[in-house]
Design a protein. Sequence first.
Lengths: 111, 702
Amino acid sequence: MNINKSKQDSYLVFQLEGDLDASSSILLDKEIKLALEDKSHDLLVDCEKLAYISSAGLGVFMSYIKDLETANMKLVLCSLSPKVYKVFEILGLNNLLKIVESKADAEAVLK
Amino acid sequence: MRLEKKGISRIYIAVMIVSWTLTAYFSFQSIHNSDAGVSTALSDALQNVFLGTFIVSTFLRFKLQTGGAVGYKFNELIWRGFVLGSTLLLSLFFVYMTMAVVDPDKILYNEESPNAIFINTYYLINMAFIIIFVANIFYIYKRMVMFQRSRNLLISWNIFEYLTLLSVFTIFWDIDFLSNTYFEILIVVSIFVFGLSVNLKWVAYMNFNQKLRSVFLMSFILIIGLIFATYIYEQYDLFKHTTHQNVDGHYLKINLGAKGIVLISFSFVLIYSVSGVLVLLFNLPTSSVFEQKFSEVLNFQRLSQSIKMGDKEEKIYTLLLDSSINTVMAEAGWLEIYSDQDKVEIKEIFKQNIGDENIKIMRQIIDISKHHGNDPYLIRNLRKLNLKDDTILYKYKSAIAIKLNTHSSKIGVIYLLKKVKDGFDKELVEALSTFVDQASVTIENNKLVREAIENQRIKEEMKIARSVQQSLLPNAEIKSPYFDLSAFSLPATEVGGDYYDTFKLSDKQLAVVIGDVSGHGTSAAFHMAQLKGVFQSLIQLDISPGEFMRKANMALSRCLEKHIFVTLSIHFINFETNTITYARAGHCPAILYQKEQDQIFTPDSKGLGLGILRDESYNQYIKSHKISFQSGDLLVLYTDGITEMRNSVGVELDYEGLESMVKGLALLSAEEISRKIKENLNKYCGEKDADDDRTLVVIKFK
């Protein structure tokens, strides 16, 4: 899986491409940890090209919920495919994480 | 066999004694006859017959004694020969002293007019000892000649030995071997003797000390032999020109020096002694090379055996370093072993005669990274490397570094240093290279064997783990008046993270739980066991499903690692009211098949998985729900390993796939449904290995 990083004003954009499985979740974990240490930015995770998410991937997101709150950093996920969204929904993470439809919606939230 | 040998030996000794006595008897008889003017022909003849018997029986006795398996104990043989010779010489000296005491004025032992009986007795005693000496040494030397013999050598020796023994028949005549008549025979004998005397292969197998010792011992044997030979000839000459009644007469009845067997055997003994002493002497300087080669071979053997004995790695490395240093006679050296993971970091260093400081310096100077390829990196002159700091080079002037590589791994590098320039010649480097290659293979094999044993052990442990985990699950089939339950749980590997369980809340109430620890494998399996503990404890409390989840969340939150969460779904089934009260904490939604409507109903509920919010803030995200069921309905619980299963083209089974399977089989018994679904799942994913744990629980309400 590739993570394409870009910077936009006050937030970082992670564009996820491919399958978020056990090995690529380690990569995502590292990136989020780096972003946290940097503190100043919010995070936008663009899941348009995310085909599949495993429990390891979910584990990464869930483990940073509290940390992001403490650091006063917003995390927004956008453009999830129906299949990927359903995974978040069944687990109940859709109530804990900010998930929006489109990238535009996400940008609006982060302004 | 030995007893037989001893018996025959005793017979020979008896014959020796008897024939010697008779030789003496007929000798005196001859003297008497001669004095009396009677013909001595018969007594002479008989004297010679018994003399011949004595000589041959002595030879045969020692042939018997020194025969047997050819071993390597030449030291012992030579020592025995030396002891015998010395003993005999001393004995004869003793006899001589006795004679000097008995006849101080040399009346009896008089060259001009000796007492015949006296001098002949004296001669006979000496003769016996001399014959014993030469016979014994003859056969001792035979064994040495025959060491590592070829077939031709065996034949040659046998011819020589039988000729020697058969020459006893010339005993009736006196042979002047220097005369022309016997010149051809002399040549033949010389050819045999010299030809046999070059068989000295045993010399190579002695170490320096043994060779040195043997030089002295064989020299003494030679000297003793020469003393005896001189005696024989002198004695005869001594009494030769004494006039007597017969012009051709002689005081001494026996002239050993003129007997073929004595001549031949003595010449062999003397020539072989000379040959042995010379070859031993000339081999002393090169002794160290042989010992070197021997120890090299031994080290090779030890090294290759070390894998069978399962020697510790450290022992092999130490052995390798020691042997390498010895092989090339280096002054110092060290062995670097890489760590398993990256093959660049040094895990261990074994060193000899050099300290850590100097190792660092020399390593930089030699710089093996500059040398590509696996052949030895030889630096003939370290000075030529143009270094800034020369101080270390006052010590070491040449060096060699060899990589311990097999075709599949880099084990390390061995460095050897010498205090002389160009100290590593081609032969040494080749020998070392072979040795290091062999060691590398051995080390690698050793590692593979250990790994294989460890893997086997781990496999066994996993098998045990699997059966233990299986025992944590309830019976696969439960039958009751109110329902039938059939379930299966298949971990992706030996153990997994799926869990299901049942608990009889009361006569008419059943609790069924199904759960899934995120991930799979050993780590998930441990949490699964915790999950069971949590369920079995909490279910005893009289609480609602929602409350159960809240408490379960608190309990598990303390046990789970950072990225791990658990999905769980619990159902309290009441057969009196025909209702199911349930809570779904992040787990896949249950499937309820309603028989009357012939439709699948998915009980909806919101609920967050466990271990995501690890405090009371979780409590608002879970709640209990209630639905009803009827007779003939099915409740199917499962884990996402089933719905996420992919077929050969990568299409997931998904919820719809499972639902339609359930609908299609709904009229069968619980057992048949679960069995058929299992079959269908196998068909769906084909031969592929499972990548997640799969669990299914089917409950058919009666």
